[in-house]
Ligand binder design. Structure first.
Ligand code: CP
Ligand code: NVA
Length: 298
């Protein structure tokens, strides 16, 4: 059966842990260009902007001696209403894996159902699983195994937050979430987090004694029309130095990027000593290389 990563919970805890540990190993050793990915092709469909996701997949495939194709929907027949299932059938006859960044998790599922090759979610309206592989790698590298630790999500209950919720029971840590009223994560996804996830009233309660603080933009791609409303609603949800001081003295700060200094995070925090955001960004590449190796050699 063809495996896909459309959301983190498509994989078991031991598979996820194995991918993260392999990513750490690849980063230390350097990839083998003569390895199993050599000569393989990854098709990358984008209907939205990207810096890290595009470059990390493309550079990762090159490092393995494979190839990645950048397919923006505007430049393909997908942008002229070719059905996503037909696109999947065609791409999966020529390519070894497909990555997609789009608006709709349901469309990703339709793509995967029609594909003969693994499909990877590079961000949808609901999830961003590749980001979490990199985030878990970064947490492991800086502070050891996340199991038993506490992370605090401060801000929008968005796609990245949903993947953090899924990660909590899968990696064995507790996740506290502080979001303004009306911007909470989707209820069914919170339920999936079970006892590992707790919603808190206010950012300071969430941050108290935490091992890690994490946030994301207040206005995700596609929500630009809500910008003014969101800036007001999220005013008390900035990760700044006083909030960081509520967490443990050795707490780390994460952000998937792109960041907006002065909104969801102060410059002092993101550019300060507790921030691990540049390692987090680099680890997108190593984590996805480990993921591709898993999917293409399984
Ligand atoms: N974090 C992330 O997915 O970044 P990009 O939007 O630049 O790909
Ligand atoms: N939540 C953000 C993440 C960007 C990587 C968005 O969807 O735009």
């Amino acid at each position: 059966m063809t495996r896909h990563l459309l959301k983190l919970s498509d994989f078991t805890p031991s598979e996820l842990r194995g991918i993260v540990l392999r990513a750490i190993e690849l980063k230390k050793a350097g990839p083998n260009r003569g390895g199993p990915i050599a000569g393989k092709t990854l098709a990358m469909i984008f209907t939205k902007n990207s810096t890290r996701t595009r470059v990390s997949f493309e550079a990762g495939m090159a490092k393995f001696g494979g190839h990645a194709l950048f397919l923006h929907s505007n430049a393909t027949q997908l942008g002229r209403d070719e059905p996503i299932e037909d696109t999947a059938k065609v791409l999966s006859r020529m390519c070894d894996a497909i990555m997609i960044r789009n608006d709709s998790q349901a469309d990703q599922e339709a793509l995967a159902a029609a594909s003969r090759v693994p499909v990877i979610n590079g961000l949808s309206d609901l999830h961003h699983p590749c980001q979490l592989l990199a985030d878990m790698q970064t947490w492991f590298e800086h502070r050891g195994d996340p199991a038993g630790k506490v992370a605090a999500w401060v801000g929008d209950g968005n796609n990245v937050c949903h993947s953090w919720i899924e990660a909590a029971p899968l990696f064995g840590f507790k996740l506290r979430i502080a979001s303004p009223k009306g911007f909470e994560p989707v209820e069914s996804i919170i339920k999936q987090g079970g006892d590992s996830v707790e919603q808190m009233r206010g950012a300071t309660f969430a941050a108290n004694g935490a091992d890690l603080l994490v946030t994301d933009t207040w206005t995700s791609m596609g929500q630009e029309a809500e910008y003014n409303r969101r800036v007001i609603a999220f005013a008390d949800y900035q990760v700044d130095a006083p909030l960081m001081a509520r967490a443990k003295a050795d707490a780390i700060f994460m952000h998937c990027l792109p960041a907006h200094r002065g909104q969801e995070v102060s410059a002092e925090v993101i550019d300060g000593p507790q921030s691990v955001v540049w390692d987090e960004a680099e680890n997108r590449m190593w984590a996805q290389m480990a993921l591709l190796e898993f999917l293409l050699t399984a």
